[in-house]
Design a protein around this ligand. Structure first.
Ligand code: 1GP
Length: 246
């Protein structure tokens, strides 16, 4: 039997489009199944799960129960070591390249490595770049400063450094609930030097903003807060999927 395709391989060949980010503190499991079915039926293939600060949810238990409810593959986007779980298809191993906090550059990784090795999970080395004008929870929790969004050359150099270090994915994040998404110019600058999957999130609320980012070279536009505002229906997701760049 042929081995199952890794998430990284699937992402590398994926059609650009939206990617759902679930904050388990904000999506009770009682509402998860219907929400996941709406996303799957619109064309969703994976969801990110994680948050910069989990006040209530036990991520591992949440993922175990979510897997029982729907077949949607979950990819962990961990905000801390306490969010690690083997009940996911893969984990983003986040190198917080925009910051200079050693915990998020190597400290957490050393602590996580034995567990991830024991669990034999797919680990996706990811250059994680924070940008944005206004500090969000992720900046406070990580005690790092964002890269100014109007500095595409800094965004580009940071992504390139991660690629030269061997990382496979870039995730540019303006922070959950950001006033504005990263400008397309910054994404185009990164795409000019990085060929792998490029995730862009933070402040994307409408398909038009997502379309501009996909045109600039994003692989996935990460949609978190917008999908929490109202029951995000199949039609709402289809509006985001319909702007996919062929
Ligand atoms: C945050 O990129 C994500 O880490 C999603 O941001 O909640 O603003 O969609 P939003």
């Amino acid at each position: 039997m042929a081995p199952a395709m890794t998430v990284l391989a699937a992402w590398s060949a994926a059609k650009p489009g939206p990617l759902w980010l679930i904050d388990p503190d904000r999506l009770p499991l009682g509402r998860y199944q219907a929400a996941a079915e709406a996303y799957l039926s619109a064309g969703g293939q994976w969801a990110l799960v994680g948050t910069s600060f989990a006040a209530y949810a036990d991520l591992h238990s949440w993922c175990c129960e979510a897997n029982r409810l729907t077949p949607l593959p979950l990819v962990l986007f961990p905000g801390s070591l306490t969010q690690l779980s083997p009940a996911v298809a893969a984990v983003l191993f986040l190198f917080l390249a925009s910051g200079r906090n050693p915990h998020y550059l190597i400290g957490a990784h050393v602590e996580a490595a034995p567990l991830l090795h024991r669990w034999q999970m797919e680990v996706i080395p990811t250059t994680y770049i924070l940008t944005g004008e206004r500090p969000r929870a992720v900046h406070y929790i990580t005690q790092t400063q964002p890269i100014p969004p109007d500095k595409p050359e800094l965004l580009q150099a940071t992504a390139l450094a991660g690629q030269l270090l061997g990382q496979k994915v870039v995730y540019v994040d303006a922070g959950s609930g950001a006033d504005a998404a990263c400008p397309p110019e910054g994404i185009a600058a990164i795409r000019a030097v990085c060929s792998g999957p490029l995730l862009v999130g933070g402040g994307i609320r409408d398909p038009e903003t997502a379309a501009a980012l996909l045109s600039a070279g994003a692989t996935f536009t990460v949609i978190g807060t917008a999908a929490e505002k109202y029951p995000f229906s199949r039609q709402a997701w289809e509006a985001f999927f319909s702007v996919c760049i062929p």
